[in-house]
Ligand binder design. Structure first.
Ligand SMILES: [Zn+2]
Length: 363
């Protein structure tokens, strides 16, 4: 702008209507172009400041011949009035905009959710283990725990597994080096049964929640490390009826009213007789032949159970003529598939807080 040119100071513009109109036009354009109060201030200094052409023109009137003063004064006076008016209008607009912006930026949204650190929570599997344990505590049972790295003797021999039982194969079981220490990652929670019997003797009612390992590849339905809950009752006069009653109670408390269990004959080394245990389909309750959850059978496989094998009682120093017992074990993750609609077991081990958090608000 010419007004910024220091040499222009000494040269007041010619005072004609046309020349002054042009100065007014320049000022009006500059004010309109200013988008902030700061820019408007710069435009005001350029067009109305001491060194602005219009101000120079105003000061030069005094030096004009008398007969020109009146017209020049009118032209410059009107111009200054017009420029001042446009400036005031623009200033009002920009001040309103700034006020609105401040209001917007400083508004407190009382409904806003504050940014806060997510609260930590226990893992869904942990919560499930606790829920299951509490059911047994409610029955008056004790909770027992044992080592996850277990002596092969407790994991297999004490439970009546033959020396050549296929479950002992390295294809199924994680062995811990060096081999001469005979340690395995326990393949089930059953060794805690033997430990509890040896430590506490009979009568005994214990539930054993815990982590176990098998050499499965990880996929949607298998994990190499998963969880079981195991129950063992040893007392005088226990029968299959006590076993069935306990399982029905457990299934009902866990899955809801009306969910019962059924037993199918099977073989396990540590129980005799042994049975597979199913629970009633939680979706169709056995009333929909096209149910996808249970494949139309009405039942969902859950675990194994049976009367404690006399050999196990003997191995733990009890007389099978005096004492009898029952035992059962079931998968915790498997229960969660049906109880909590966990569609892919990998979700349980990947540690995604968005998945895990859902369980902490479960009722
Ligand atoms: Zn079903």
């Amino acid at each position: 702008m010419s007004s910024q040119d220091p040499t222009a100071e000494a040269q007041p513009p010619e005072i004609t209507q046309e020349a002054v109109d042009q100065l007014v036009e320049q000022a009006v354009e500059a004010f309109a172009a200013a988008s902030t109060l700061e820019e408007l201030k710069q435009a005001r200094l350029a067009h109305l400041g001491d060194r602005a052409p219009l101000s120079l023109a105003n000061r030069s009137i005094g030096q004009l011949p008398k007969e020109q003063k009146k017209d020049a004064g009118r032209i410059v006076g009107q111009a200054k009035g017009r420029v001042g008016q446009v400036l005031a209008q623009r200033e009002e607009v920009l001040q309103a905009e700034r006020a609105e912006q401040i209001l917007r930026e400083e508004t407190v949204d009382v409904t806003a959710v504050p940014a806060r650190r997510p609260v930590g929570s226990r893992h869904p599997v942990e919560l499930m283990l606790q829920r299951m344990s509490e059911i047994f505590v409610g029955l008056g049972w004790e909770i027992a725990e044992g080592p996850e790295v277990e002596a092969e003797w407790f994991n297999f021999d004490a439970l009546n597994f033959d020396a050549d039982h296929p479950a002992r194969a390295e294809a199924d079981t994680f062995y811990v080096e060096p081999p001469e220490r005979n340690l395995v990652i326990r393949t089930h929670t059953s060794p805690v049964q033997a430990r509890a019997l040896l430590e506490r003797g009979a009568p005994l009612y214990v539930a054993v929640p815990g982590k176990v390992g098998r050499t499965d590849e990880i996929d949607a339905t298998h994990l190499p490390v998963f969880h079981q809950i195991e129950g063992l009752a040893v007392d005088r006069g226990l029968t299959m009826a006590h076993l069935k009653g306990t399982l029905d109670r457990f299934a009902r408390e866990l899955f809801g009213e009306g969910i019962t269990t059924r037993l199918r004959p099977n073989f396990f080394p540590f129980t005799e007789p042994s049975a597979e245990m199913d629970f009633l389909c939680t979706v169709c309750r056995g009333e929909d032949a096209s149910c996808r959850t249970c494949g139309g059978t009405g039942w969902i496989e859950w675990g194994g159970c049976g009367m404690v094998n006399p050999n196990v009682l003997r191995a733990c120093g009890l007389d099978p003529e005096v004492y009898s017992g029952f035992a059962f074990g079931m998968g915790v993750e498997r229960a969660m598939i049906f109880r909590n609609q966990v569609g892919d077991l990998r979700d349980l081990v990947e540690g995604d807080a968005r998945f895990n958090t859902n369980f902490t608000v479960e009722v």
